[in-house]
Design a protein around this ligand. Structure first.
Ligand code: NAP
Ligand code: MG
Length: 406
């Protein structure tokens, strides 16, 4: 069989620990046999980030921007323990944070659904994608304790020296104060990424804040979204038959729980942090969540939502057999290859991406799965928990058949 052709390379970012092992296995068993794979390879494994003074992360983000589509393996975000473990020169910043800042992107997380593994909420028959604004609010806060009797004020000083001033609170007893901010440009980037992603995936977009209580701050988010929608996207949404819908966050929660799924839910930074964990848990498993970073000018970076699965990696190093779920990492590759195929007008590559996902899901519905899924399984076939390599081999067999026949 002739291998499927690519034109533009993907920005490929290798990573750490167990997911690095899976990364190589996925390429060997599921990609190289079928696709004439073209990538620009960046080793974001912690030893190489340390060796290059983290320049490799910057080069990789730049490659994502230049090539338009990237695929990333999970990476370690170092803490004090990792500095010791890897004898690092510095406690390098989170690669995801660096890439997100350079692409000015929004992260979309979506569960991978498969028959036989049900969400906790039975009505959810389609995935719910969370779009979390990844800048500002309490993640860049300034906070102080306020002694008894103190007065807290909010002061904004303009470049010409004029001041806007408002009292936050006149304290009788002791208390606390917090200042947070966001910027119009960051909110606008967030809005563009959300509208673009909704159009791309042909799903309705919901956005929710607490604008009834936060009449300036949250209301500003609502206004920017509405202005950008009216100016740039209303027509395209109408033509695509999808809707943009703003509602109060409390109302959104009630509607989400009663919904069938199948939409994108955009949220401010903190709300997105909390709700994405709720959605991931309610859909079943972190190992079945995909993540894609979308920049406001349409650059895409695909990855799994989970980390490097350190506990499994330590067992792997001891020579023990591991059953780590590679599905989200496979979907990172299929997502990137599909997008590359769409952009380069390569229907064969798009079809390969579809069949790769189908092969992975069919393997599970046939009862062959990694051990994390066995506990969640209630499908027809009897579940057989296998190691990662056996699971990938079973997917490869099905993929080869699908590519021949379909
Ligand atoms: P994690 O790697 O996601 O793993 C947490 C636990 O979830 C695992 O121990 C495992 O549970 C289960 N799990 C996650 N993914 C799985 C999979 N594919 N198959 C089977 N089980 C899976 O999170 P972590 O342990 O908090 O973080 C480990 C490292 O990853 C850290 O250094 C962190 O910095 C990094 N991290 C990177 C990213 C990223 O690059 N996007 C994201 C998050 C974390 P059991 O052990 O019970 O089987
Ligand atoms: Mg969180």
């Amino acid at each position: 069989m002739e291998k499927i052709r690519m034109i533009t390379p993907l920005a490929e970012m290798d990573g750490d620990e167990m997911t690095r092992v899976l990364w190589a296995d996925i390429k060997e068993l599921l990609l190289h046999p079928f696709v004439d794979l073209k990538t620009e390879y960046y080793d974001l494994g912690l030893p190489n980030r340390d060796k290059t003074g983290d320049q490799v992360t910057i080069d990789a983000a730049e490659a994502c921007r230049r090539l338009g589509v990237g695929v990333k393996c999970a990476t370690i975000t170092p803490n004090a323990q990792r500095v010791e473990e890897y004898q690092l020169h510095e406690m390098w910043k989170s690669p995801n944070g660096t890439i997100r800042a350079m692409l000015d992107g929004t992260c979309f997380r979506a569960p991978i659904m498969v028959e036989g593994i049900s969400p906790v909420i039975p009505a959810w028959t389609s995935p719910i994608t969370i779009a979390r604004h990844a800048y500002g609010d309490i993640y860049k806060n300034t906070e102080l304790t306020a002694p008894e009797g103190s007065r807290a004020e909010l002061v904004v000083t303009s470049p010409d020296g004029t001041e806007k001033r408002a009292q936050i609170h006149q304290f009788k007893g002791p208390g606390i104060v917090q200042g947070i901010h966001n910027t119009d440009s960051s909110i606008a980037s967030f809005a563009h990424s959300c509208f673009r992603y909704a159009l791309d995936t042909h799903q309705d977009l919901w956005f929710a804040t607490k604008d009834t209580i936060s009449k300036t701050y949250d209301h500003h988010f609502k206004d920017i979204f509405q202005e950008i929608y009216d100016a740039d996207y209303a027509k395209a949404f109408e033509e695509a038959g999808i809707t943009y819908f703003y509602t109060l966050i409390d109302d959104a929660i009630a509607r989400v729980v009663r919904s069938k799924g199948g939409f994108v839910w955009a949220l401010k930074n903190y709300d997105g942090d909390v709700m994405s964990d709720m959605i991931a848990t309610a859909f079943g498993s972190l190992a079945m969540m995909t993540s894609v970073l979308v920049s406001p000018d349409g650059k895409y970076e695909y990855e799994a939502a989970h980390g490097t699965v350190t506990r499994h990696y330590y067992r792997y190093l001891k020579g023990e057999e591991t059953s780590t779920n590679p599905v989200a990492t496979i979907f990172a590759w299929s997502g990137a290859l599909r997008k590359r195929g769409e952009l380069d007008n390569l229907p064969e590559l798009v079809r390969f991406a579809d069949l790769l996902e189908k092969a992975a899901l069919t393997t599970i519905t046939d009862g062959i799965m990694t051990k994390d899924l066995v506990a969640l399984w209630h499908g027809k076939a009897e579940a057989q928990g296998v190691n990662s390599r056996a699971f990938l081999t079973a997917i490869a067999e099905r993929l080869a058949k699908l590519l021949e026949t379909a």
